[in-house]
Write a protein that binds this ligand. Structure first.
Ligand SMILES: [Zn+2]
Length: 404
């Protein structure tokens, strides 16, 4: 099968896996939510060094490769030193991610993210200061400097742009970033309507819902990728479809964070293309990410085959994922071979016929089915194991020990 894209990743959040699931860990007396999880994420961010980002990202990418991912879109927003002071080399955090992907052998789209405020009428949390540029000029200067680094490496390393979200950017700020992306034909990503609270804040600030606002502003187009696109009304799905925009669904994270359930059937009906992302790396399973688009809609509708069938889901993981992160031209260069020869491992394929094998893989496979992964002619996973797994694991564990 073709290689899969994980179009939305925050690789450093891999270090949170398993550490945010109890009330004790959250210091909560009642139920938690996205915002209490975010406080824990900010605590991790407060400690991270560029070396930590390298070690965590490298291991996260190695894990993704072992489940058939050959290209990743890293929505990168931890830019600056503690307190928000830029490093002497402003790109040092980006360079850590770039090195991590290069060592893992997967294609990287470094999605340089603009982040400028806590939210409408809110003060910045200490942890958020490391995300923030003072102005879009700085963000775009970094985009240009990063683009210069891609020279001679564009097969494996490309640059895209994101505005973190409507809550983290004022209108003129996301418009500046969007205009630059359009001018340079770059993918433009944005978290959209992940939480109901974001929708409410957007309505309070602008009198419009997020997708209405972005449509009126001319931001939506075929290179626009709405991350999550969860709390959409039917006319917002239609606006996304009319613009030929992409929705990046990240179900394992959205479930983990209690985000809600995207209206996948509405979006599909409106002609919106899907892609998927490991997002917080709550799990590393590209097959689960993609089938969950359909399976979670089944749970809501109490019906079957409601949003997307096997071929469409496979396209979400491959064709649309590659397009979403600016690698449409590289799709045919990367291959994933499943273990069809070992029935004890390739259990998803047992009993499937040639005409149903796509469905068997999309709805039944997991990382155990992945045998070899080849990116641009180079084998990075052999016998289900990444060629640098042991080294990546050792430095990841050493990093976790350093972090409190
Ligand atoms: Zn995200």
């Amino acid at each position: 099968m073709p290689g899969m894209a994980s179009a939305h990743s925050h690789a450093f959040q891999r270090a949170l896996r398993g550490r945010t699931q109890s009330r004790n860990a959250n210091k909560l007396t009642a139920a938690g939510n996205f915002w209490s999880w975010r406080d824990q994420m900010f605590q991790l961010v407060a400690e991270l060094t560029p070396d930590d980002v390298l070690a965590i990202s490298r291991f996260a990418f190695v894990e993704l490769a072992m489940c058939g991912v050959t290209a990743v879109g890293e929505f990168h927003y931890v830019h600056h030193d503690v307190g928000g002071k830029p490093y002497a080399n402003r790109l040092v955090m980006s360079e850590a991610v770039i090195e991590a992907a290069a060592e893992a052998g997967i294609r990287l789209s470094l999605i340089r993210t603009g982040y400028y405020r806590a939210g409408y009428g809110q003060t910045l949390h200490e942890g958020q200061k490391r995300f923030c540029d003072d102005a879009t000029e700085q963000t775009l200067r970094d985009v240009q400097a990063l683009t210069a680094l891609t020279v001679g490496k564009t097969d494996h390393f490309r640059v895209a742009i994101a505005a973190h979200s409507i809550r983290a950017c004022q209108q003129q700020q996301y418009l500046d970033l969007s205009a630059y992306a359009k001018q340079h034909h770059l993918p433009f990503h944005m978290h959209v309507s992940e939480q109901q609270r974001e929708v409410d804040e957007c309505v309070a600030e602008y009198g419009k819902r997020p997708v209405e606002l972005l449509a009126d502003d001319g931001v939506l187009d075929a290179r626009f990728v709405a991350i999550h696109a969860t709390h959409l009304l039917p006319h917002e799905s239609a606006l996304m479809g009319r613009a030929n925009a992409i929705a990046c669904i990240c179900r394992t994270t959205e479930r983990d964070l209690g985000d809600g359930l995207p209206v996948a059937a509405d979006l599909a009906q409106a002609g919106v293309r899907f892609c998927v992302g490991a997002d917080s790396h709550a799990a590393s399973d590209a097959f689960e990410e993609v089938r969950a688009i359909e399976l979670d809609e089944r749970a809501r509708h109490e019906r079957r085959i409601v949003a997307a069938q096997g071929e469409a889901l496979l396209a979400a993981a491959t064709t649309h994922g590659y397009a979403a992160i600016g690698y449409a031209d590289m799709l045919g260069q990367d291959q994933v071979y499943l273990r069809a020869d070992d029935p004890s491992i390739a259990d998803a394929m047992i009993g499937s016929r040639a005409e149903t094998v796509t469905d068997a893989v999309v709805f039944g496979a997991n990382a155990r089915a992945v045998d070899r992964v080849i990116v641009g002619g180079k084998m990075i996973v052999d016998g289900g194991r990444h060629i640098h797994y042991d080294a990546a694991l050792a430095s990841y564990l050493a990093c976790l020990k350093r972090l409190s």
